[in-house]
Design a protein around this ligand. Structure first.
Ligand code: 5GP
Ligand code: ZN
Length: 127
């Protein structure tokens, strides 16, 4: 699961989210720019469940706090999460933005992604 957790390459050959952001896997993007794409989760946990993903391969958010350019992408991921939620008219009903890091965070794909969930009443408990 985390065998490429020290991978700092811009893209990782074995990574499914690198393949998706490269366009190797047929995927409808809800948002796309030079750095970031958003697409629906394959196993949605809510009526609206989208992943906001940098095109560049970072193992998780924990690997994005050293370099000012990486921190800027981190901030833009949060911005795009809000924009896709607003685009879906979720601002009034509410939504959740979450990212997981490492085993205790239950991260299963070792490429940074923010989940955006909404469209029904989410559970109160996060952990
Ligand atoms: P994590 O557990 O790492 O925070 O979240 C990984 C998410 O990626 C899961 O919600 C999982 O359903 C989703 N996922 C895994 N593989 C794919 C895929 O090939 N395509 C899409 N769209 N989502 C995926
Ligand atoms: Zn990747």
């Amino acid at each position: 699961m985390f065998e490429d957790s020290i991978d700092r390459d811009p893209q990782s050959v074995a990574c499914i989210f690198c393949a998706i952001t490269r366009g190797d896997v047929e995927t409808d993007y809800l948002y796309e720019d030079d750095e970031i794409v958003a697409f629906r989760d394959i196993n949605p946990q809510a009526p609206f469940h989208v992943l906001v993903v940098p095109r560049r391969h970072f193992p998780s958010v924990d690997a994005m706090v050293q370099d000012a350019r990486d921190i800027e992408i981190l901030g833009r991921l949060a911005l795009v999460a809000v924009l896709v939620a607003r685009e879906q008219k979720l601002a009034d009903s509410g939504y959740r933005v979450v990212t997981n890091h490492g085993p205790h965070g239950a991260q299963s794909v070792a490429h940074t992604h923010f989940h955006v969930l909404g469209g029904h009443q989410l559970g109160v408990r996060l952990g």
